[in-house]
Design a protein around this ligand. Structure first.
Ligand code: E4P
Length: 222
């Protein structure tokens, strides 16, 4: 399963990407606004950082227009920034029209703000590269986000759609395991959760014990 970072913070991306385990970055207008830095240079920097450690890593930049021609204009501008750019487009009728047009031009897209399997079916029919079900926001309203991911997996497998399932709006490390179990292709994670994935208290105490035993053994050898 691929792991993306869900952030616009350059320093966080730089640190996490050094592990070599980061396959991409997703941004959205809220994440970019949170950093308060200029949009285009930020995307360019992120693209460069992730590719330094993983040649195939992608960056997802989101359009803010809501009409077909505006989205197309923005998308064509964004893809010129870097060859690893994926265009994030909201799941609205004009959005899927743009996804279809970009698919014809062989430009990668990530259909965002997906909350049902039926929406995901439409995105796959339009030729989306990725579909982003927002599981955390579904859980927030007492729906089961992961159930929607499972339904999408089943539908895409039934019909052989190549669209990859990118689990978004992740709130806890456990959701990465659950997403992998239902066969999601990608999870995009806030950096805090990415770092939490490495951690277990037994790993830390186990390592401390190994090192203490080693030190005692070394002393005895002298
Ligand atoms: C994904 O591409 C989105 O940027 C993101 O996962 C949304 O997450 P949130 O619901 O925590 O804002």
């Amino acid at each position: 399963m691929k792991l993306f970072l869900d952030t616009g913070n350059i320093e966080d991306i730089r640190i996490a990407a050094e592990t070599g385990l980061v396959d991409g970055v997703t941004t959205n207008p809220s994440l970019i606004a949170k950093e308060g830095k200029p949009f285009v240079p930020t995307l360019k920097k992120i693209a460069k950082i992730v590719q330094k450690h993983n040649k195939r890593a992608v960056i997802n930049g989101e359009v803010v227009s809501t009409d077909f021609s505006g989205m197309m204009k923005e998308a064509l501008r964004l893809v010129r920034l870097t060859p690893n750019m994926i265009i994030k487009i909201p799941l609205i009728p004009d959005g899927l029209k743009a996804v279809y047009a970009l698919h014809k031009k062989k430009i990668g897209t990530n259909v965002t703000l997906c909350f049902t399997a039926a929406q995901a079916l439409l995105a796959a029919k339009a030729g989306a590269t990725y579909i982003s079900p927002f599981i955390g926001r579904l859980d927030d309203i007492t729906s089961e986000g992961m159930e929607v991911v499972g339904e999408i997996r089943q539908i895409y497998d039934n019909y052989g759609y190549p669209t990859e399932i990118l689990v978004a709006s992740v709130r806890s490390p456990r959701q990465i395991t659950d997403a992998a179990l239902v066969g999601a292709d990608i999870c995009t994670l806030p950096t805090k959760i990415y770092h939490q994935l490495f951690k277990h208290p037994l790993t830390d105490t186990g390592l401390q014990k190994f090192l203490a035993d080693w030190e005692a053994y070394q002393k005895k050898q002298k």
